[in-house]
Ligand binder design. Sequence first.
Ligand code: SF4
Ligand code: SF4
Ligand code: FES
Length: 228
Amino acid sequence: MIKLNLEILRRKSPEDTPHWESYEFSSQDENINLAAALTELNRTLAEPVRWECSCLQKKCGACAMIIENRPRLACDTPLKEFRDKIRIEPLRKFPVIADLIVDRSILFENLKTMQVWFAEEAKTNGSQTAYEASRCLQCGCCLEICPNFFAGGEFAGMAAMVPTTRLLTALPDQQKKELFRAYRKHIYEGCGKSLACREVCPAGIEIDQLLVRSNAVAVWKRKIKHDK
Ligand code: SF4
Ligand code: SF4
Ligand code: FES
């Protein structure tokens, strides 16, 4: 049996002062994850905790939140990892809408700024790099942990680097030039390469390898032999 306190940082609206609330939670299901626990908890609350989810299968990134000081997906966080309590907060680098819901539109704005959004239709070469990059959930966990990312800054972080990687070799030359320029300005120049982001990526994307490849193509203009 699982029994612990869920300590949740709550606020009703962006203007509200956040405050901690603690809820006793128990379940017979030893393998229950935090997403399922929040759903069960909400059935008992007059004012349910607001949080986002969609796939519940680690595929959409919607349920990213800070769990015991680490950005994670609620649907990929088994309660049995914890002892007496879990502290749960919204991601800190995005404006909070209510409780655990944040406005992550900056993620998409950054992709638009780099014109990755519009170029997304470009055919990629089906390589391992393109596959790896396509696994990005746009969850924002990498931005949360990154010491160099802040909303509104020039540095767009790994949430932009990873999807960009798909296009670096695939676009026509003229668009490629623009993308290289945007890559240098919004990614290469801001990244300290500590790779803290790799440790928290819930999709397990090989960020270091993508970074090496994309720096080689966009900054050093090396031709990369296509991987399989
Ligand atoms: S390598 Fe470091 S600076 Fe670069 S995005 Fe990752 S955490 Fe941020
Ligand atoms: S690189 Fe990983 S942590 Fe960053 S947005 Fe994509 S899936 Fe999330
Ligand atoms: S609900 Fe989609 S990743 Fe958790």
